[in-house]
Design a protein around this ligand. Sequence first.
Ligand code: ZN
Length: 405
Amino acid sequence: MKKVVIIIFILLLSSIKIYSDNARYVTHKAKKGDGITTILVKYNLQVNKFNVDFFKENNKTNLNSDFGLYIGKEYFLPIRIFKYDGKSIRSSLEINDLEFAKKIQSYNMNLFRKKIKNSDYKIDQEIWLPLSFDNEKSNENSEKITNKIDNKKIKENIPRNIVEPLFGEKYKNVTVSSNSLSNCIFYLISGHGGPDPGAIGYKDGNELHEDEYAYDVTLRFARKLMENGAEVYIIVQDENDGIRDEKYLNNSSNEYHINKKPIPLIQKDRLSERIIIINDLYNQNKSKNKKQYCVEIHVDSRYTGQKVDIFFYYQNANSEGKKLANALMTTIKEKYDKAQPGRGYQGSVSQRGLYTLRKALPTTVFIEIGNIQNPRDQIRIIESNNRQAIANWLCDGFIYNSMGK
Ligand SMILES: [Zn+2]
């Protein structure tokens, strides 16, 4: 079935270096029913552009106008033949990469088992090397190197401890115990702050300020992300507050931005300053080659009677943001279904042209965790366990999203 032919004319047809010698290629004599695809599959080659183009290009004179084959004709395949030197695949091919050599070995063994190749390469002294392997090789090597570095990093760094004073005395020690999000950078914005308390709700004689609750959830979320190896920038900060377990959070107006500047009173200035900070950091961090996300958390106000489940906005025309927002929503839904069966979850995902979403360079989601005026939503916000659960679930959503599900 297979016959080896010296190909000389190939060098005229292609500029790729590998063809520029009198290399030998595997050939196949066409039988009834053979086509380009079936032959590639038979020889365990991928039906991709590279292999199909090679086939068409190098068998031009033996193909009809529909690229059909003629029975009995001999066709060149994108598999080069090397002489086995009696020692190893690596020395025969003058390569160092053991993994690559193993891949070539198993390719040859498999074709021998399939009876496509007549004998073992150690016997017929022929090593078959698909050209596409060589194409893939450089990419694979660089991936392998990256994996090695990552594994090393994991070994060195887990578990490790970080101290983040912003979390307050009780929570400032963070143990990084997983690397699930070690390829991610987060910019977290808790809505409002400084001179702007955001929405205000009332419960049992207490004023609930949106900025304080959003800040507490944001800190808990930040801590959770850090436990999973993420690099986190907390854009709005208040060193006096930390993570608080009380129901009624003390209201303050001394929050500032991560650059230690006060938060501007005018909304337009406030939002644009945050974006400038985040986009600068984004550009500085680009070389780290990590995924960069911006998350903005709010507890806004609707009319009192309206209960609002956690919902998400993503950036216009950002498919990654949309996918992310959906992953977060799905996670929250699953968590609710488990924690409170029958409760139902009415969250939603939509796009919106909010300033942060329009201007931020990282993939950005805007999260509303409830209606600060609604009595049932208030329970979600004032119980610290609930605030922690929201933070945990959002973090799980990111992990779920980063796993590509
Ligand atoms: Zn808000």
